[in-house]
Write a protein of this length. Structure first.
Length: 390
């Protein structure tokens, strides 16, 4: 039995030792009795910081580009090869299909495949949610954004077609779509699943992979990696009455308001790092997994709970502290020119069409006129600062 606990440093290992096996589900809450605990969000794996030119740097407090993903301790990966075709995540308490079938599926077919799967003496497999898919995403290297020591790609080639279905359905312009995660590029976006037939409910959207959808036509097929276990990542928000919102599932406290203005990436980092709000000074720009954890995939627009969060503009895009690069094709393409953002509003294409979906996770160049930014679209994004509940 092979177990992996990724380690950034001896200090990190000691401070996070008690977290192994301490998962989060819709019924779990953050344990504030252990002060060394950072949050219940699994680490992205990114362990270097970068400037706007994509160069690795080591910023210090009060310097430019301080406050990046790699500078904050998160819960380490804790993966276990069960030796029976499955991988267990000791953090989330989820068990995954280790080797995906080479067959591709329509969204409904993928759901049926998981429901009918019998693997390692288990038959209660299901389609994973986006919160679950991103929990195993590894941003330390990329292409693929997945640790292939624990999650085999089978016969699938590394590239832009490593698209895996989630259970999250999405309806845009009366066309049925479903969200998926691309472990090649790292993106979350809505993919064409099957077109709604006449008379369908044009307001229909659901997070439930077991919900029966109207008859549809085939459009596109993707991969599936089935999962079993309690639903992971469902937020439990508490309004603290002071302009902050706590998520007792993740152990994170959020600003109820956003920055109210668009900033480039360097200034977004600075805004969060220098923020004094609600009696706290330890705010930061959230990493990509932290920010994705508050996306509401129930079909609301923008894709965030307005019962808890205020949105300055419904066309809401927000920066994360996690950098990105394009591919492994060349050394130049591996420079981290870009940073990830989350589209709470519609993630549109160059024609202003909602092709990627409200709740998409994408990246763009960090600064106007920056390298590799000829087609830049989202340079000035909002900030929703976060801190860890102590």
């Amino acid at each position: 039995m092979n177990t992996k606990i990724t380690t950034l440093s001896l200090v990190t290992t000691l401070s996070l030792f008690s977290l192994v096996g301490c998962g989060s589900s819709s019924n779990d809450t953050f344990d504030t009795t252990t002060p060394e605990t950072k949050s219940n969000i699994v680490i992205t794996g990114q362990n270097l910081s970068y400037d706007s030119d994509g160069n690795a740097i080591t910023p210090v407090e009060d310097e430019a580009f301080y406050g990046q993903d790699a500078q904050y301790i998160s819960k380490e990966f804790s993966l276990q090869n069960n030796g029976d075709g499955t991988t267990s995540d000791l953090n989330t308490k989820l068990m995954w299909e280790q080797v995906p079938t080479s067959e591709s599926f329509m969204w409904e077919e993928a759901k049926e495949y998981c429901q009918n799967l019998s693997l390692a003496s288990y038959s209660n497999w299901r389609t994973p949610s986006l919160y679950e898919l991103i929990s195993i995403e590894d941003f330390s290297d990329g292409w693929p954004y997945l640790d292939t020591d624990y999650f085999s790609l089978g016969e699938l080639a590394i590239g832009k077609d490593l698209q895996f279905w989630s259970s999250n359905y999405y309806l845009a312009n009366d066309i049925g779509k479903a969200f998926g995660l691309n472990y090649g590029t790292g993106h979350i976006k809505a993919y064409s699943s099957e077109a709604m037939q006449g008379g369908g409910d044009t307001t229909l959207s659901t997070n439930d992979a077991n919900t029966e959808m109207p008859a549809m036509n085939n459009i596109a097929a993707k991969q599936i990696r089935c999962v079993r276990g309690n639903n992971y990542g469902v937020s439990q928000f508490v309004d603290n009455g002071d302009g902050t919102i706590s998520d007792m599932t993740s152990g994170l406290m959020w600003m109820k308001d956003d920055s109210g203005e668009g900033l480039d990436w360097e200034n977004a980092l600075s805004y969060a790092e220098n923020l004094e709000y609600a009696g706290h000074t330890d705010w930061k720009l959230p990493n990509v997994k932290e920010l994705q954890s508050i996306v509401d995939y129930s079909g609301v627009y923008p894709a965030i709970s307005k019962s808890y969060f205020n949105i300055t503009d419904d066309d809401a895009y927000f920066w994360t502290s996690t950098s990105a690069y394009f591919s492994k094709a060349s050394e130049e393409e591996q420079k981290h020119y870009w940073a990830w953002y989350v589209a709470f509003g519609y993630a549109v294409d160059g024609n202003n069409e909602d092709t990627h979906g409200a709740g998409a996770v994408r990246y763009d160049t960090k600064v106007e006129g920056g390298p590799q930014g000829e087609d830049a679209e989202r340079i000035y994004n909002g900030v929703r600062a976060v801190r860890v509940i102590q």
